[in-house]
Design a protein around this ligand. Structure first.
Ligand SMILES: NC(=O)c1ccc[n+]([C@@H]2O[C@H](COP(=O)([O-])OP(=O)(O)OC[C@H]3O[C@@H](n4cnc5c(N)ncnc54)[C@H](OP(=O)(O)O)[C@@H]3O)[C@@H](O)[C@H]2O)c1
Length: 236
């Protein structure tokens, strides 16, 4: 039996970048996987790759900044799969620049998607995870250390780390493990937009490998914020 055989998973931001690699990693290990984001074309591409791995997939067009979309994401997921075993709150947006000169509309968008979206999605998920499960929120190293030009982004990720730690202690009693994963610079569209032409430290696949290790771990403390280090470990 595959590691995640018979398990179902929902990944927000599963159309590209880190979320897509998490979706494919789960499918490769036997899970049926739903992907949610705004860009249907990207979601459909991920879904096709999931199906090519022999697993079932579902595309759910969702704007995580909209409460009614989040509710619909869960009703669509439950209609197709009937149960939720694994949730990855991964969707995120990043706008950088000096805070005093930055757009408050963009600040609101980061708060809405990165933090509020994670909170509301988790609230829904906990209603559906009846037989235990796992929730992994994509935070960032910017959620553990503050960086200039990333004030609001960083704040949303600190918030995700704190939220994860607290909820994990409650969910533990229900057999639900909750963690955050904290990638450093990772080669994705988000990274390329903010740091054009620069090299990143990680590939999205390496972040997905770290996530796999987190899921497999028998010793990871509830609520842990795990800094991605996967490829470094491999090089030793
Ligand atoms: N790349 C890095 O260096 C890095 C480092 C640390 C943490 N992270 C975090 O990793 C996560 C994934 O980012 P990435 O690097 O893979 O970036 P990415 O390639 O830009 O992917 C972001 C994903 O989030 C989705 N998304 C954005 N806004 C959304 C909204 N309103 N509703 C639904 N989905 C939305 C995007 O899809 P649509 O645009 O189609 O909606 C996309 O699928 C984010 O939480 C990010 O903050 C990234």
């Amino acid at each position: 039996m595959a590691l995640f055989g018979g398990k179902t998973a929902l990944i927000t931001g599963g159309g590209r970048g880190i979320g897509k690699e998490i979706a494919l990693m789960l499918a490769r290990n036997g899970a049926d996987v739903a992907v949610a984001a705004r860009t249907k074309k990207e979601l459909e591409k991920t879904a096709k790759e999931i199906e090519r791995l022999g697993r079932e997939s579902l595309v759910i067009k969702t704007d995580l900044a909209k409460d009614k979309d989040i509710k619909k994401m869960y009703s669509g997921f439950m209609k197709k799969f009937g149960k939720l075993d694994m949730l990855f709150n991964n969707a995120g947006v990043l706008f950088s620049g000096e805070f005093a000169k930055s757009s408050l509309r963009q600040a609101d968008m980061m708060i809405d998607v990165n933090f509020r979206g994670t909170v509301r999605s988790t609230h829904e998920a906990l209603k559906h995870m009846k037989n235990g499960g796992i929730i992994i929120n994509t935070a960032s190293v910017a959620g553990l250390n503050a960086y200039p030009t990333l004030a609001v982004y960083s704040a949303t990720k600190f918030a995700v780390v704190g939220f994860t730690q607290a909820v994990a202690q409650e969910a533990q009693e229900k057999g639900i493990r909750v963690y955050s994963v904290c990638p450093g610079a990772t080669k994705t569209k988000m990274f390329d937009k903010v740091y054009p032409g620069q090299n990143a430290e990680y590939t999205p696949g390496e972040v997905a490998e770290e996530v796999l290790e987190m899921i497999r771990s028998k010793t990871l403390k509830p609520g842990s914020a795990v800094v991605v280090k996967h490829h470094k470990k491999q090089k030793k």
